[in-house]
Design a protein around this ligand. Structure first.
Ligand code: NAD
Ligand code: DAU
Length: 367
């Protein structure tokens, strides 16, 4: 039996990865290790919580002694590391928390894995440390084709993020993720640890905490609250349905080459303002509101500091070498996502109770 520790498994992407592995690999023991910060929510995993091949452990990845003890106790063979502070706006207000979790937390896991695996007779044989990272480490691309193609869609520039692109992070979030990527590669190059790093574009889908653009705006449209579009809404993001990311993680964990980097993305660039208009149209149609009824919710607010203009992932390597491709067209993915949030109002009400309102009041008081 293989034991795989998935960190951050109670968060947005992590919960989809845990669900996929628990369902697909009954012969594996899946340990979901999560601190349950504001972003972690065990309700994301209700459907699999009683499975015999699943264990949840509440712990902090920065707690080195506990990480080492857990790895020894459960004979961990593989680590899929997603635990992180993930929201750019929060990193601008509180960079220390991001350095602690994303850099020191990753280092603590690496060092615990090193000590545990090197204590075994087989050392690194059959082991894997897979670090989930972001396209934001590459910085920002230029918007050289602002009108896009003939259909008014992306690509919005000739340049893309390829695996050999120089790291140029701008926000405290992406700087901390970049540092963690460097540590992971250093553990391969220095100690021979079998590591893999992947850098993915923006994910969307069910169970995303409503501080991120898509779930926040769906909920605001439903309640007819203002939609705070940063700057002019011209920034471009490259969107991937979260289950497609989880499938890529499964494929790369099992078939990816040690020490390699793979970019994950679906060649699906959108300007923020076009996403916002699509969300309004979709929510209004599903709720039976007249077309255009909620257009006036769009509210242009002060831009995010250091706001990256454009992200666009080139995932050719992953498609060519491992045969991965996204399964969902964006229109289909957005329809599924909007319906999920509208159908799961109880989930939304639970995660937006308590401190959530306070966070938003403080955030917008400054704008
Ligand atoms: P998320 O914020 O939804 O979830 C993060 C999870 O990590 C939460 O469950 C939280 O409780 C847990 N966590 C935080 N600090 C911890 C600590 N110290 N110890 C243990 N657990 C801790 O994040 P997400 O959007 O699911 O992102 C997951 C990973 O994927 C992150 O590493 C992020 O950088 C990366 N990523 C995200 C996206 C995206 O679009 N969301 C895209 C590319 C890469
Ligand atoms: O690219 C991958 C990254 O995508 C991940 O590494 C991050 O963890 C994830 O949070 C995401 O970062 P972004 O900053 O791109 O996502 P966010 O949903 O916060 O914002 C998407 C775009 O929408 C961005 O250009 C900022 C804008 N925005 C966001 C919010 C929350 C607004 O205009 N208004 C908003 O209220």
């Amino acid at each position: 039996m293989k034991t795989i520790m998935i960190t951050g498994g109670a968060g947005f992407i992590g919960s989809h990865v845990v669900r996929l592995f628990v369902n697909k690999y009954p012969e594996y023991h899946i340990i979901n290790l999560d601190k349950l910060t504001y972003a972690g929510n065990l309700a994301n995993l209700k459907d699999i919580e009683n499975r015999p091949n699943y264990t949840f452990v509440k712990a902090d990845i920065c707690d080195f002694d506990t990480m080492l003890q857990l790895m020894k106790e459960h004979h961990v063979d593989g680590i899929i590391h997603l635990a992180a502070e993930s929201h750019v706006d929060r990193s601008i207000k509180d960079p220390f928390t991001f350095a602690r979790t994303n850099v020191m937390g990753t280092l603590s896991l690496l060092q615990a894995a090193k000590i545990y695996w090197e204590s075994l007779p087989e050392t690194y044989e059959g082991k894997r440390f897979y670090h989930i990272s972001t396209d934001e480490v590459y910085g920002a691309l230029a918007l050289t084709r602002p009108e896009g193609d003939a259909d008014g869609r992306g690509p919005y520039g000739e340049d893309f993020f390829t695996e050999d692109k120089k790291y140029m992070p701008h926000s405290p979030y992406s700087a901390a993720k970049a540092a963690s990527d460097h540590f992971v590669r250093a553990y391969h190059d220095t100690y021979g640890m079998p590591t893999i790093v992947t850098n993915c574009s923006n994910n969307y889908g069910p169970y995303q905490f409503p501080e991120k653009l898509i779930p926040l705006f769906i909920n605001n449209i439903r309640h007819r609250r203002p939609l705070p579009v940063y700057g002019k809404g011209e920034n471009v993001r490259d969107w991937l349905y979260v289950e497609d990311h989880a499938r890529a993680i499964d494929l790369i964990f099992h078939q990816g080459k040690v020490a390699e980097t793979y970019n994950i993305g679906g060649f699906n660039e959108w300007k923020n303002i076009d996403i916002v208009k699509t969300l309004i149209r979709t929510v209004d149609r599903i709720l039976g509101r007249p077309e255009g009824a909620d257009d006036d919710l769009i509210t242009y607010v002060t831009d995010r500091q250091g706001h990256d203009l454009r992200y666009a992932i080139d995932s050719t390597k992953l498609q060519r070498e491992l045969g991965w491709e996204p399964s969902l067209q964006f229109e289909e993915g957005i329809e599924k996502t909007v319906r999920w949030y509208l159908d799961n109002q109880e989930w939304m009400d639970n995660v937006t109770s308590g401190d959530y309102q306070k966070y938003y009041e403080e955030m917008y008081a400054k704008r």
